[in-house]
Design a protein around this ligand. Structure first.
Ligand code: B12
Length: 142
């Protein structure tokens, strides 16, 4: 049994790329998750407030326009401050601009406290399988 099937979803910062967000909402919903979709141009505070209010098991952050490193930094710290430090934080999209390998990008975002980091072109189903594993592991240790 999964402890919690609620996922807060949104596109962080001043980013207006809306299509992937809609697709993620649809695929997560079809997979049986309850999605709290904050849409585009979402601040860190809005992610945190929605996760606290809904007692979500995970936050899925998208960043498509290249400013992910700035926009995403500090979200884990804000989770701790809000008392949800152990929530699963996933991030995906076009996270940085310039020539960096995905290994470098993944390392950077993991150091910022993200549990899972996805490159452009990731199929949502892949991340959904990870989410199911992560939430199932958690309920096994409850
Ligand atoms: C359409 C588009 C726009 C439209 C957006 C309209 C709208 N309201 O949606 C407009 C014209 C407004 C736009 C503007 C800009 N854009 Co634009 N845009 C695109 C374009 C052509 C398609 C985006 C799209 O819809 N893709 C289809 C969806 C289905 O894919 P997706 O968004 O990647 O999402 C999927 C995956 O990434 C993944 N995913 C996403 N998030 C997450 C999160 C998790 C947890 C997981 C598991 C998976 C996941 O799953 C999603 C579903 O399959 C892309 C190029 C491209 N081919 O991707 C550029 C692109 C994203 N844009 C880009 C840029 C630079 C900009 C601008 C900065 C341009 C400018 N100088 O003004 C502005 C930024 C405006 C802003 N404030 O956001 C760059 C980003 C570069 C980077 N980050 O490396 C791209 C890649 C173009 C390029 N090659 O340079 N853009």
């Amino acid at each position: 049994m999964l402890r919690n099937n609620r996922v807060v979803l949104g596109v962080i910062g001043a980013d207006v790329h809306a299509v992937g967000n809609k697709i993620l909402e649809m695929v997560l919903t079809e997979a049986g998750f309850e999605v709290i979709n904050l849409g585009v141009m979402v601040s860190q505070e809005e992610f945190i407030n929605a996760a606290v209010e809904s007692a979500a098991g995970a936050i899925w952050v998208s960043s498509l326009y290249g400013h992910g490193e700035i926009d995403c930094r500090g979200l884990r710290e804000k989770c701790y401050e809000a008392g949800i430090g152990d929530i699963h934080l996933y991030v995906g999209g076009n996270l940085v601009v310039g020539k960096r390998t995905f290994d470098e990008v993944e390392k950077l975002f993991k150091e910022m406290g993200y549990d899972r980091v996805y490159p452009p072109g990731t199929l949502p189903e892949e991340a959904i399988a990870h989410l199911k594993e992560d939430l199932a592991d958690e309920s096994a240790t409850d």
